[in-house]
Design a protein around this ligand. Structure first.
Ligand SMILES: *[C@@H]1O[C@H](CO)[C@@H](O)[C@H](O)[C@H]1NC(C)=O
Ligand SMILES: *[C@@H]1O[C@H](CO)[C@@H](O)[C@H](O)[C@H]1NC(C)=O
Ligand SMILES: *[C@@H]1O[C@H](CO)[C@@H](O)[C@H](O)[C@H]1NC(C)=O
Ligand SMILES: *[C@@H]1O[C@H](CO)[C@@H](O)[C@H](O)[C@H]1NC(C)=O
Ligand SMILES: *[C@@H]1O[C@H](CO)[C@@H](O)[C@H](O)[C@H]1NC(C)=O
Length: 424
């Protein structure tokens, strides 16, 4: 019985994993070389990650050559906006396109989610035209519908559809939108406006801003704690650190890559930061629960609260808590301990742990911790045993764990219980 219940449990977990993984647009399109240019651009702009993290979604692809009027002429940030207009946040296959209610619909695109689309610019108008044709155009009133549905490419009902349309949708307002050239962006001004004055003044006074700026060309992502984060109980007193340590803390708040929110959602494993000075040093990982994305440092967790700027090659986010690297805050029961996010609106994860108090007992601040609450949940129903298997993405350290992980673990545990009941 035990063996079969375990097998069943593993099977259930495997199914769960596949469902969560979803599809990979890059892989799907690689089977269609006639769209290789479009596919390459999805990768370059990181839109592929965003697409993979959504469903339902329809990608309107253009055959090779169809984007050349834009790729040669406009910066990548503009090309990205054009492509984002070709990603519809709904499922459209041929049958659905041919029976659009009232003959015309405005559908939301990925461009709308950037917050930069005024009026109807972030929408696409799909209209049934005479003679069985389906026209596509910008949602801006009066736009022409001169791009038409050509054929279906891939369908995974009702989550993912890839269709070919005859011509790029590129309204002039997208082409002429001022593309902030990364070198001209005033990072501190943006940070101040976003409620991160303390962080802004720190990166200026320490000179870390210059380090950020020199990393910019190759891609840069900044996680700026808001002003409250510096005052929160548990926030470290930076004046007690050496200037080299403050420098490391500030570098730790940035990645040397352009990583928009969709890319963060798709990331697995540890991610290097600008403070990383050796394998496994000063890195962090990402936990996603639905639309909520959190950064896990090993000392604590911080929610990514808002996007201040997403413009290739620069991303700026605000975060609810300071990011504390274990290298500086993990070991000693720090003077001001409790990097725990007190005010963040995430549901108390501990409450979801099925059982014992043992989960809460050990201090979360001893850094290379043996996550105590994991074993009871992950082990089969016969109580807290020595299931000490470390999952790499999960050794977040400390008692803070994302609700998703807990839910998954709890779900897996209940499947096991169910299986044992059924099989006994
Ligand atoms: C999707 O597929 C591409 C190409 O096969 C691969 O490089 C990429 O890592 C995959 N993405 C994910 C999120 O698995
Ligand atoms: C779509 O565009 C056509 C032509 O510009 C227009 O007549 C129609 O009202 C638009 N549809 C919607 C839903 O806005
Ligand atoms: C489509 O998405 C739903 C909801 O996430 C999921 O349950 C289902 O398995 C997906 N279908 C396919 C064919 O991937
Ligand atoms: C950036 O903005 C700050 C104020 O937020 C200002 O003090 C600084 O001079 C600006 N830098 C540049 C290069 O314009
Ligand atoms: C498991 O975690 C412990 C403590 O963090 C560590 O010492 C050990 O090397 C890890 N084992 C594996 C297989 O990762």
């Amino acid at each position: 019985m035990a063996a079969s219940s375990i097998t069943l449990c593993l099977a259930a977990v495997a199914i769960l994993a596949v469902a969560v993984e979803g599809f990979n647009i890059t892989d799907l399109l690689s089977a269609h070389p006639e769209y290789s240019e479009f596919n390459d651009l999805l990768t370059k702009t990181k839109l592929a990650d965003d697409i993979n993290s959504r469903e339902p979604v329809t990608v309107c692809v253009i055959p090779n050559g169809g984007l050349s009027a834009y790729t040669g002429k406009y910066p990548l940030s503009v090309v990205k906006n054009i492509l984002a207009l070709h990603v519809l946040l709904d499922y459209f296959d041929a049958p659905k396109l041919h029976k659009i209610a009232e003959g015309s619909v405005l559908t939301t695109t990925l461009y709308q989610t950037t917050g930069n689309a005024g009026g109807n610019l972030g929408f696409v108008n799909i209209t049934d035209l005479k003679g069985g044709k389906v026209g596509f155009g910008s949602g801006v009133p009066g736009s022409s519908l001169d791009s038409t549905f050509a054929k279906s490419v891939v369908q995974v009902p009702y989550n993912l559809s890839v269709i070919e349309i005859s011509k790029a949708i590129a309204p002039s307002a997208v082409l002429t939108a001022p593309a902030p050239s990364a070198s001209s962006v005033n990072i501190t001004a943006l940070l101040e406006k976003a409620g991160c004055k303390t962080f802004a003044s720190l990166i200026v006074s320490t000179g870390v801003l210059k380090i950020y700026q020199s990393a910019l060309d190759k891609g840069l992502t900044i996680f700026a704690p808001n002003d409250e984060a510096f005052k929160a109980t548990g926030a470290p007193d930076l004046s007690k650190l050496t200037s080299a340590e403050v420098d490391s803390v500030l570098r730790y708040h940035a990645l040397a890559s352009y990583s928009p929110i969709g890319t963060l959602k798709q990331s697995t494993g540890r991610i290097e930061t600008l403070a990383t000075n050796g394998a496994g040093k000063y890195d962090l990982s990402v936990k996603t629960a639905g639309d909520s994305v959190s950064l896990v440092t090993g000392v604590g967790t911080s929610r990514v609260a808002s996007t201040v700027l997403d413009s290739t090659p620069l991303c700026i986010f605000t975060v609810d808590n300071m990011l504390l690297p274990v290298e500086l805050f993990g070991k000693a029961p720090a003077p001001a301990p409790g990097p725990a996010p007190e005010t963040s609106p995430s549901p108390a994860p501990v409450a979801e742990a099925p059982s014992p108090k043992s989960a809460a007992a050990p201090s979360p601040f001893h850094s290379p911790p043996a996550p105590p609450s994991k074993s009871p949940a992950a082990s089969p129903s016969d109580g807290p045993t020595a299931d000490s298997q470390n999952s790499t993405s999960n050794n977040a350290g400390g008692a803070l764990k994302s609700p998703t992980v807990m839910k998954t673990v709890v779900a897996a545990a209940s499947v096991t219980v169910l299986a044992s009941v059924l099989l006994s």
